[in-house]
Design a protein around this ligand. Structure first.
Ligand SMILES: Cc1ncc(COP(=O)(O)O)c(C=O)c1O
Length: 341
């Protein structure tokens, strides 16, 4: 039994999902003629309370399109210093949009109205770049899946509107956040100009992300997707997996959170673990004990067919997902308890 906890992106489609893919009606989506892609885009826009949406191959692309449509070169985006858009998208903010980033500490990645207010540049001063966007991430991957509530999001959005700033959400794991807060997804559309969600993480689709937006961004988002090389043809086979995931895999996300908490609780007690970040959703990040390295621990775990990800010089990340069962959880806990260095 292999327990692959490196990421929630490692899942394989279920037989029922594959069946939905196999029977999807398709057409050429670059001509706007793929009925399944059109259905997925409409479904996502409706679910998120947005006017439209565009299907893309990856969350990196949906984030990068979001920032591109909301900014002009030389401007600045405010975001958490460990945010995916800044830290894990290959320098795309600079390369694709020619914008700078103002990096905030946040409280476990959640940036506050006070922090944002203090970091908006003075647009009348030509020394300073123009602050044009605030980008939030929900859940925050670098902070073990910490999440914002809708009330917190509303406060940030109200500030942004009052200061003429646009808002982007990296909602790669938005449905994990909603599983904990029970906030309605459709209310998110009130507070953001663009929202990226991933179908290929906790939701278990093999490929795909969607950027939802307000109608003024429709044309530009589609144009930028093409320019980024994201115009796909009979993409309905993939979109069908996304529709299936949205219909069948949201309600079960809480199971992933319970298993992640169980992993976190077991890790907390061990001599080879220095600390465990609070486990809020489906991500567990530990710091290994002094004298150990993530590589040393991971090598031992891999002898037992358990895989996780080195996350820094001292940290390891474990992510639970659709293909991580209770039996696997039991196995991991028993291996963790036996491990000695
Ligand atoms: C928070 C967050 N945003 C965006 C992405 C990018 O998604 P993709 O790997 O599909 O480009 C990831 C990927 O893990 C992520 O964790």
């Amino acid at each position: 039994m292999i327990c692959d906890l490196r990421s929630d992106t490692v899942t394989k489609p279920t037989p029922a999902m594959l069946d939905a893919m196999l029977h999807a009606p398709v057409g050429d989506d670059v001509f706007g003629e793929d009925p399944t892609v059109n259905q997925l885009e409409k479904k996502c826009a409706d679910m998120l309370g947005m006017d439209g949406a565009v299907f893309c191959p990856s969350g990196t692309m949906t984030n990068q399109i979001g920032i591109k449509v909301l900014t002009q070169p030389y401007e600045e985006v405010i975001c958490y210093k460990g945010s995916h858009i800044f830290r894990y998208e290959g320098g795309g903010l600079a390369g694709n949009s020619h914008v700078g980033a103002r990096l905030l500490n946040g409280d476990r990645g959640r940036i506050s109205v006070a922090e944002i207010s203090a970091n908006i540049n003075n647009a009348a001063d030509s020394h300073q770049s123009i602050t044009s966007v605030v980008a939030l991430e929900n859940t925050v991957v670098r902070e073990a899946g910490s999440f914002y509530t809708l009330a917190e999001i509303k406060e940030v959005s109200t500030l942004c509107r009052s200061r003429n700033l646009k808002t982007h959400l990296d909602g790669a794991r938005l449905f994990n956040a909603l599983a904990e807060t029970n906030d309605p997804a459709a209310d998110y559309g009130k507070y953001f100009d663009t929202i990226s969600i991933c179908l290929s993480k906790g939701l278990g689709a093999p490929v795909g992300s969607v950027l939802a937006y307000k109608k003024e961004y429709e044309k530009k988002a589609r144009r930028v997707r093409k320019a980024f090389g994201g115009g796909m043809r009979q993409a309905g086979f993939l979109a069908a997996a996304g529709i299936y995931a949205l219909d069948h895999h949201i309600a079960r996300l809480k199971e992933d959170h319970q298993r992640a908490r169980a992993l976190g609780n077991s890790l907390q007690k061990l001599s080879w673990v220095k600390s465990v970040m609070p486990v809020d959703t489906n991500i567990v990040i530990i710091e290994v004990a002094a004298g150990l390295t993530p590589e040393k621990v991971l090598a031992k775990l891999s002898e037992h067919h358990i895989r996780a990800l080195p996350f820094s010089a001292t940290e390891i990340r474990f992510v639970t997902h659709l293909d991580f069962s209770d039996d696997m959880l039991d196995k991991c806990v028993s291996v963790f308890n036996k491990l000695a260095f």
